[in-house]
Write a protein that binds this ligand. Structure first.
Ligand SMILES: Cc1cc2nc3c(=O)[nH]c(=O)nc-3n(C[C@H](O)[C@H](O)[C@H](O)COP(=O)(O)O)c2cc1C
Length: 245
């Protein structure tokens, strides 16, 4: 369609990187492009912690399910939802900040995701590869302590960036008709659409893994969602002043 859409459709997560450094100027250009994203009521409710290769990075990799590519990535950023700056803004203006609303949590998480995805597109447009790291939330309190995060700042996910040394196949997404509904949610073809997608994803995994993995998308989701989903997160968020009301 055009070059931007071509770039978006060529996305695949990259978990192996060339040992070529990424300049700090490039990192800052990526962050600036992230900041250009839309932001709810102009709040810009995020901060990014860059962690160089070394002891702290290795600890983060261990806390995030021992995923070795985290320690090896030339650049590693932790994207945090941040309402601490807004507390400062209120203090500077003699206002008592009313914090802890679920609405503020949604706003800061959405803002952070928009920032991050703009950063991803910027990075990929420069020939870099990325992988998000949600596994940081396995041990979110330890990650928070390691990064020295104060109240009203919580780590959401990491982002590895580097020049790719692999080119995995693109993972097929749900068809547009599965996610784009007209006027109302009801879709009489929903089940048939999922069954067809199961065939596609099973084939994708069989080809990509040489037959070792052949789980379909619904099987993968069923296996994932029949388990608890990081039940420690709510208490952690509340301990940092989020999701209290
Ligand atoms: C918020 C977020 C967290 C993720 N966390 C991890 C992770 O911890 N480890 C990992 O290998 N991939 C992680 N991923 C990558 C997804 O597994 C990947 O995007 C998805 O399987 C689709 O594959 P693709 O990006 O290659 O198209 C994460 C992606 C997102 C958006």
């Amino acid at each position: 369609m055009n070059d931007v859409i071509g770039l978006l459709n060529a996305h695949r997560s990259i978990r192996a990187y060339k040992k070529i450094p990424v300049s700090q100027g490039t990192v800052e250009a990526i962050v600036q492009a992230g900041q250009a994203s839309a932001t709810s009521s102009f709040i810009q409710a995020y901060s990014i912690i860059q962690v160089a290769q070394g002891e702290a990075r290795s600890q983060l990799a261990a806390l995030a399910a021992n995923q070795t590519f985290i320690a090896e990535a030339p650049v590693f950023l932790v994207v945090c939802a941040d309402m601490q700056r807004h507390k400062m803004a209120c203090d500077m203006n003699g206002a008592d900040m009313l914090s802890g609303y679920a609405e503020q949590f949604i706003t800061s998480v959405v803002d952070s995701a928009l920032l991050a995805q703009n950063m991803v597109i910027a990075a990929e447009s420069m020939g870099l590869g990325i992988c998000y790291v949600g596994a940081l939330r396995n041990n979110i309190a330890e990650v928070s302590d390691l990064l020295g995060l104060p109240d009203l700042v919580v780590p959401l996910f990491g982002l590895c960036i580097g020049y790719p040394s692999e080119k995995p196949d693109i993972k097929p997404r749900l068809p547009v008709k599965a996610v784009l509904r007209q006027e109302r949610y009801d879709d009489p073809e929903a089940l048939a659409t999922l069954q067809a997608y199961d065939e596609l994803t099973r084939e994708y995994y069989q080809t990509r893994t040489g037959g070792q993995k052949s789980q379909s998308w619904t099987e993968q989701m069923a296996a994932k969602l029949a388990k608890e989903s990081r039940p420690h997160i709510l208490a952690f968020m509340q301990s940092k002043g989020f999701l209290l009301k």
